[in-house]
Design a protein around this ligand. Structure first.
Ligand SMILES: C[S@@+](CC[C@H](N)C(=O)[O-])C[C@H]1O[C@@H](n2cnc3c(N)ncnc32)[C@H](O)[C@@H]1O
Length: 213
């Protein structure tokens, strides 16, 4: 078991019981996301945790494949979905790096509180771009720690070494938005509930092929 997997597995129960830090902001993110969802859509959620977001969106789409690295998070997610009689989510235990998804096969990808936890977040944005159909959207909420706490770059590896912190990447909002545009995304919505809060972005894979015809 890798260190990230160990950290999230160990903390799954506590994470599932933790109250949402800013309920109003979470609800706003859910509402904005639902503006982009349609009943015929296939959605992929990366790092779904205990499944709460997938469960809210499931009634509005055809299918959600929700993946996470932690078996315990997924155990809780499956039980939550079952309790709410949600049948159109498939939960999958995998690391995002090993996730196999055919090119141009998905309508929307969600990654909430996840990109900053990935060793190569730019590569993941690029992979998501390939997975999406033309016109598809990538919905993310990301802690851009580099905006306020550059020193965290030095502290994070120590916390990881002692197992009290997961892998955390330090980058700024500007670096994140450049990551999206470098991959070929157009940012349609960008919202931050407050200073130093997670940056919520809806980015669209442009329909170049259609435009070029
Ligand atoms: C901060 S939690 C966010 C969970 C959920 N998206 C939410 O908003 O509540 C991060 C989640 O990402 C998962 N995760 C971290 N690294 C991952 C990776 N490389 N591949 C898949 N999942 C990962 C963790 O297990 C954890 O459930």
């Amino acid at each position: 078991m890798g260190s990230s997997e160990k950290f999230w597995d160990k903390n799954a129960k506590r994470y599932s019981k933790r109250p949402i830090a800013n309920e109003a902001a979470y609800q706003k993110k859910l509402h904005i996301t639902q503006e982009y969802l349609r009943p015929d859509m296939s959605v992929l959620e990366l790092g779904c945790g205990t499944g709460s977001t997938a469960i809210v969106h499931a009634p509005f789409v055809k299918h959600i494949r929700a993946v996470d690295i932690s078996p315990r998070m997924l155990e809780i997610a499956r039980a939550n979905a079952e309790a709410q009689r949600i049948r159109n989510i498939t939960f999958d235990c995998t690391t995002i790096d090993k996730l196999e998804v055919p090119d141009q096969s998905v309508d929307a990808v969600l990654a909430l509180s996840v990109l900053h936890l990935l060793a190569d977040w730019q590569a993941v944005i690029g992979r998501v771009h390939r997975m999406l159909k033309a016109g598809g959207v990538f919905v993310t909420s990301t802690a851009c720690i580099g905006d306020s706490m550059k020193f965290f770059k030095l502290a994070a590896p120590v916390g990881q070494f002692f197992g009290v912190m997961p892998l955390v990447k330090v980058f700024t909002t500007r670096e994140l938005t450049i990551g999206f545009s470098d991959a070929g995304f157009k940012i349609e919505r960008q919202w931050q509930p407050g200073r130093n809060k997670a940056v919520f972005i809806v980015a669209r894979k442009e329909e170049r092929e259609r435009i070029n015809r």
